[in-house]
Design a binder for this molecule. Structure first.
Ligand SMILES: *[C@@H]1O[C@H](CO)[C@@H](O)[C@H](O)[C@H]1NC(C)=O
Ligand SMILES: *[C@@H]1O[C@H](CO)[C@@H](O)[C@H](O)[C@H]1NC(C)=O
Ligand SMILES: *[C@@H]1O[C@H](CO)[C@@H](O)[C@H](O)[C@H]1NC(C)=O
Ligand SMILES: *[C@@H]1O[C@H](CO)[C@@H](O)[C@H](O)[C@H]1NC(C)=O
Length: 214
């Protein structure tokens, strides 16, 4: 066998690259690995808006990007509802198992106090998780900070709900940022868009979303 310096170098280089790859996989495992992409239909894109205005006054879909906006003094989505104003898409329904939402979001500077993505439904209360933007920070409801510096840029959101394990995990740009217990099972569904928080909201609220996957 001819073990020349060159061969040894190649073997060492190979082992190094192999180890580096494993390390990268460990640090930056894609949140979607092991999940199966579910085909989405129009039924997974039910649009809600203040009940007294036409959809095109609060929503557009251009070039693959959903754009949602709403004003603090807008009406709720339904005349009988006492909820805050919203322009949202009601996404995929589920009730058990492990489900993941993925989308790329953009929030312009100035939008504050707006839920941009949520899991609706729970055994206790109305929602499992709300992710709100306040002053460029993403918060779990109005409390824990999930991530910061999110204005005026596209960022990837992955939200995993392990219903059977009672756990919700949030990834921003592929990095796990937050994990919490859920509020028990129920008639669950993902929503995204803009939904005004009860307090500390800007007059104008907007989010944009593209490449939605479940
Ligand atoms: C449409 O989207 C593509 C890819 O995201 C982008 O390169 C292009 O500039 C967009 N076109 C318009 C008119 O916004
Ligand atoms: C947002 O806009 C305000 C007012 O124009 C500015 O002071 C602030 O630096 C901006 N923030 C970011 C993150 O761009
Ligand atoms: C759930 O939603 C209903 C209807 O909007 C509302 O009356 C109720 O107060 C909400 N419950 C909680 C715990 O937020
Ligand atoms: C609104 O903002 C004020 C000042 O930052 C804070 O003290 C208060 O807790 C906030 N209220 C809610 C409901 O987020």
């Amino acid at each position: 066998m001819n073990f020349s310096g060159g061969n040894v170098f190649i073997i060492i280089a190979f082992i190094t690259v192999f180890k580096l790859n494993n390390l990268l996989l460990l640090c930056f495992a894609d949140p979607t690995s092991g999940f199966t992409n579910v085909p989405l239909t129009e039924a997974n894109f039910r649009r809600e808006r203040p009940y007294n205005v036409p959809l095109e006054d609060r929503y557009s879909y251009v070039n693959g990007t959903h754009r949602f906006w709403v004003y603090a003094d807008d009406k709720p989505y339904d005349p009988g509802s006492l909820t805050q104003p919203r322009t949202e898409i009601h996404g995929y329904d589920y009730s058990s198992g492990v489900w993941q939402f993925e989308g790329f979001a953009f929030v312009p500077n100035g939008t504050s106090g707006a839920t941009i993505v949520q899991i609706h439904g729970a055994a206790h209360g109305n929602t499992t998780i709300l992710l709100r933007i306040y002053e460029g920070q993403m918060r779990y409801y109005s409390s824990e900070v999930v991530d910061t510096g999110l204005y005026d840029k596209w960022f990837r959101v992955n939200l995993i709900h392990d219903v059977d394990g009672g756990k919700v995990t949030v990834f921003i740009d592929g990095v796990q940022k937050f994990q919490t217990h859920d509020q028990g099972p129920g008639d669950l569904f993902f929503k995204f868009g803009v939904y005004a928080a009860p307090a500390n909201i800007s007059y104008y609220m907007e989010s944009r979303w593209r490449d939605i996957k479940i």
